[in-house]
Design a protein around this ligand. Sequence first.
Ligand SMILES: [Zn+2]
Length: 106
Amino acid sequence: MEIITTSAGKKRLAHNGFVYTKKKTSKSTKRWECSQRVAKSCKGAVVTNINMTTINSTTSHSHEGDKFHVEAMELREDKRNKECIGKPVSASVIFAMMNKKKETRL
Ligand SMILES: [Zn+2]
């Protein structure tokens, strides 16, 4: 499970190739719904504890998880990649940036 903060300051949760957006916060839990809820008519959701450290329950998706979709979103939300914020990102741009990212890690 990974928490991503978008450029708009919103939290996203990435887990098993799915991306979730925060819906409801109760006293002890947070509910997250699949980011492809509308696009794929998906009812996938997870409930985490309030600190977002453990997943309490999951609801299955109408589609497969997509690691590439998660990576693309992470890159888009990465403030270091300013050139792509708010713009559609093509696969070739993403691959170029993934390589760049790897290089800076070395
Ligand atoms: Zn889904």
